[in-house]
Design a binder for this molecule. Structure first.
Ligand SMILES: NC(=O)c1ccc[n+]([C@@H]2O[C@H](COP(=O)([O-])OP(=O)(O)OC[C@H]3O[C@@H](n4cnc5c(N)ncnc54)[C@H](O)[C@@H]3O)[C@@H](O)[C@H]2O)c1
Length: 355
């Protein structure tokens, strides 16, 4: 593809994940990196490393570089304000997850996008992972029979330095439910269907911060299936999507399963894709021999796939796989978890206004 056909992209917020987006754009055959923006002037060094212009003002970046699309990788509570500036200038958006830190902000993004005639893709990148897509195909296609339940474990240890960044330990916006479990909740919605009710307890006993370090969640899906999640970012443990899929090489890889999907005909351990069913389908029952088979799926880094999709979304060739409305539903589930943990009562995400 010649230079003329490359999508001109910029990144706003060049912290932990913003740098990764800049690297991906730089290396991608469909895109060119035209500028970086961060309110922290010390991030100029990153732009210098990439050899692209640096701005501390979003408006100035858009004015001078005229990108077709930007990646918003700023802290959660700033997504809406940045998105509004971009939408006013008709710049298409890839917004990091969660779409925002409140439903009100998420709605503002949807309205600004409509007013500006732009397309919004939200960075729930796991939906581009073939492992997740294959699991969805199995669950939705009846490969497990009727889904009865799902059990998910997400446990790892975030280093102390992670919490040096203020917003990660404050509400609204910080905490593993909004930063990490939003991925799990979005994937469960994608694979199993809508989540009707959540009931949660949380604890911040390990670090004593305003945000939770552990949470247990009971889920009820609209299709009648039930689910449980146990999550903690304060424990040395081998069971998390990040460690088990090896999707992001910065995490130490452990060859374990972190999610079990249960159906009336078979069950699946993810991400090793171990499918368990009775050896003789005509003789089911707890004393009968079971057989394990592996569902073969090639591992692929989903972030370049997400970026290619964003370029096609900008060109109008594809509709966003996760648009603002869809991502707002995932946000509503995450907020319902926090609300349930706060009140001790079950919460329907739709009742929060996210449905
Ligand atoms: N998809 C993923 O796997 C993934 C991984 C990590 C983070 N994230 C998401 O990406 C976003 C950023 O997370 P992070 O950990 O990289 O944060 P970070 O704090 O490391 O970086 C955020 C950067 O944004 C800048 N910033 C804040 N407000 C700004 C504004 N109004 N305009 C311009 N720059 C601004 C900050 O100065 C900082 O450099 C969050 O929404 C987070 O949830 C996604």
């Amino acid at each position: 593809m010649d230079q003329m056909n490359l999508e001109k992209l910029a990144v706003i917020g060049i912290g932990l994940i913003g740098v990764r987006h800049a690297e991906l754009i730089r290396a991608h055959p469909m895109a060119s990196l035209v500028g970086l923006c961060d309110v922290d002037p010390s991030r100029r060094a990153v732009a210098d490393r990439f050899g692209v212009p640096f701005y501390t003002s979003v408006a100035e970046l858009l004015e001078r570089e005229r990108p077709a699309g930007v990646v918003i990788a700023t802290s959660n509570a700033t997504h809406a304000a940045v998105a509004e500036i971009c939408a006013q200038r008709s710049v298409h958006l890839l917004i990091e997850k969660p779409i925002a830190s409140t439903l009100e902000e998420a709605r503002r993004i949807g309205e600004a996008a409509q007013a500006g005639g732009i397309r919004v893709l939200v960075g729930h990148h796991r939906r581009h992972n073939p492992l997740v897509q294959k699991t969805r195909e199995l669950v939705r296609g009846g490969g497990l029979g009727r889904l009865t339940g799902v059990s998910l474990l997400w446990a790892l240890l975030k280093p102390d330095a992670y919490f040096d960044v203020g917003w990660r330990r404050e509400r609204p916006g910080g905490g593993p439910v909004l930063i990490n479990l939003i991925h799990e909740l979005d994937s469960l919605r994608f694979i199993c269907g809508e989540i009707e009710e959540v009931y949660a307890r949380s604890s911040s006993a390990v670090r004593g911060l305003a945000v939770e370090d552990s949470v247990s969640i009971s889920l009820a899906f609209a299709n009648g299936a039930l689910g449980t999640i146990l999550a903690s970012d304060a424990t040395p443990a081998a069971w998390s999507y990040e460690a088990n899929t090896g999707e992001n090489p910065v995490y130490f890889r452990t060859e374990e399963n972190c999610v079990h999907f249960l159906g009336t005909a078979a069950s699946l351990a993810f991400p090793r894709m171990e499918l368990w069913r009775y050896a003789d389908a005509t003789r089911p029952g707890w004393t009968e021999p079971m057989a394990r088979s592996i569902v073969e799926v090639a591992g692929v880094d989903p972030l370049p796939l997400q970026l290619a999709h964003f370029c096609r979304v900008i060109r109008g060739e594809e509709a966003p796989v996760v648009d603002a409305e869809d991502a707002t539903r995932s946000l509503a589930v995450a907020l319902a978890v926090l609300e349930s943990a706060r009140t001790g009562l079950p919460v329907h995400p739709v009742a929060l206004g996210g449905g």
